[in-house]
Design a protein around this ligand. Structure first.
Ligand code: AMP
Ligand code: GLY
Length: 448
């Protein structure tokens, strides 16, 4: 790989910092727009917003960028890939139409239906009144109410009963933040099970499935509290073994990519499946059209071969010609450190201490999710999810220990995190080995 390859990463969170870290290791020179205080240390930040399409096209053109990689969904849904392609620039990500897989839950359901991909049963409504009428006529049961469009992760209400579902429908109708997203309303059966994230990189024909992860969406330990963008992740998750991953690829990822192509909306980029592992098998909760955050951070530290080669191959539609990626043995854990108030309004501008001490721990990488540089060069907290402290280890237990050792070095007033990232995996592995021990003891007994 020539060291002069120049990559532009669009976005400014932990996912983009991790992508910048990895692509630099792959030999690229990296620009990030707009980036954060963390990306400033390893790449060049360009002060352009992730949604300012004309300015991003200018940066890519003027700076001789070979490949642009888009982190967040908003520019994808707004058509950044179409704008770059029209300008003759190479870019990794889906077109605006293909990004509707994330941008419109109704479009997503139509594709799932075409591909015969398992998902929750649902009904679609075009008005609050129609949704209300449907709920009132139905038996009282757990229900999920969703706004059709992008609502920054807030347009989903998982409801215990009809009363809560009716309240959710009313709030979609009355709250101005949902006005655009709630032009369509979905009412879905609630799925029960374990939630996992499986991502694949695809050029629209070939897919490369990445190791499975588990996010931690609830704010507090034990999955309590409000839903967030994700308070931590670990990789790989034992809830998805090799056999189940092959099943997910065959029954969910491949049929979705084919259904998109048949619908004349070929999907290139990261296909992210949010899955519920139900008693009837894995079912799709949602698709995202990008790397998950914080999943991306946990993934990048395990990625040994060149990510740049894969992204290049997708941009050139020749993914079938690339060797499958190589992953480091062991596991990774990412712990999100948040500012006081998250997921509500947060206090910004506090100086963060201990970043160097944390990063000096072997196996620990501190990815910045929402930081900026202060006038005196100090790093300031600049949002809710502020840091994604990530560690690799030979085992999940070791990775967890290291990640929390990193967290302990870092402080700013009001900083907090979940203390139980990856514990579900440990409990699951203990239960599995206890079951295996029982089976082998039984086996021995029978042979005697
Ligand atoms: P979404 O944005 O569609 O992924 O929904 C956000 C979160 O709501 C998911 O990560 C799940 O935890 C939960 N959720 C969404 N749909 C369902 C469903 N049908 N049953 C149970 N939980 C759901
Ligand atoms: N971690 C969930 C997401 O990126 O949507």
């Amino acid at each position: 790989m020539s060291p002069s390859r120049r990559v532009l990463i669009v976005g400014g969170g932990g996912r983009e910092h991790a992508l910048a870290w990895k692509l630099r290791r792959d030999g690229a020179e990296v620009l990030v727009a707009p980036g954060n205080a963390g990306t400033a240390q390893i790449a060049e930040n360009v002060p352009v917003a992730a949604t300012d399409m004309p300015a991003l096209v200018r940066v890519a053109r003027d700076r001789g960028v070979d490949l642009t990689v888009v982190g967040p969904e908003a520019p994808l849904v707004a058509g950044i890939v179409d704008a770059f392609t029209a300008a003759g620039l190479r870019i990794f990500g889906p077109t605006a139409r293909a990004a509707q897989l994330e941008g419109s839950k109704l479009f997503c359901k139509q594709i799932l239906h075409r591909g015969d991909v398992p998902t929750a049963m649902f009904r679609e409504f075009r008005s609050v009144a129609a949704a209300r009428e449907f709920l009132e006529a139905r038996e009282d049961m757990p229900i999920v109410v969703k706004a059709d469009g992008l609502a920054a992760g807030k347009g989903v209400f998982v409801c215990e009963d009809r009363e809560a579902a009716l309240a959710a429908v009313e709030s979609l109708g009355s709250d101005p933040q949902f006005a655009a997203a709630a032009k369509g309303i979905l009412i879905e059966e609630r799925l029960d099970g374990v939630e996992v994230s499986v991502m694949a990189i695809t050029d629209g024909r070939t897919i490369v499935t990445l190791p499975p992860l588990q996010d931690h969406k609830a704010a507090y330990d034990g999955d309590q509290g409000p839903n967030t963008g994700g308070m931590g992740a670990y990789c790989p998750t034992p809830f998805v073994d090799a056999e189940l991953l092959a099943d997910i690829e065959a029954r969910i990822l491949v049929p979705t990519v084919h259904a998109m192509r048949r619908a004349k909306v070929p999907f290139q980029g990261v296909l992210y499946a949010g899955l519920m592992l139900t008693a009837q098998g894995p079912k799709v909760l949602e698709f995202n059209a990008r790397f998950g955050d914080p999943e991306c951070e946990a993934l990048m530290v395990l990625f040994e071969s060149s990510l740049l080669d894969l992204l290049d191959a997708v941009a050139d539609r020749r993914l079938e010609s690339v060797e499958p990626p190589v992953w480091r043995a062991g596991a990774s854990v990412t712990v999100v450190m948040a500012s006081a108030g998250y997921p509500g309004p947060v206090e910004k501008g506090r100086a963060i201490r201990g970043l160097e001490a944390a990063a000096a721990l072997p196996g620990v990488e501190v990815f910045h999710a929402a930081t900026k540089l202060g006038a005196d060069g100090s790093v300031l907290a600049d949002g809710g999810r502020t840091l994604a402290v990530t560690a690799v280890g030979d085992s999940l237990a070791r990775a967890k220990l290291l990640a929390y050792s990193g967290v302990r070095e870092i402080r700013w007033p009001g900083a907090w995190c979940r203390k139980d990232i990856s514990d579900k995996a440990t409990a699951f592995e203990l239960a599995s080995s206890a079951r295996a021990a029982t089976v082998s003891t039984d086996g021995q007994g029978a042979a005697e």
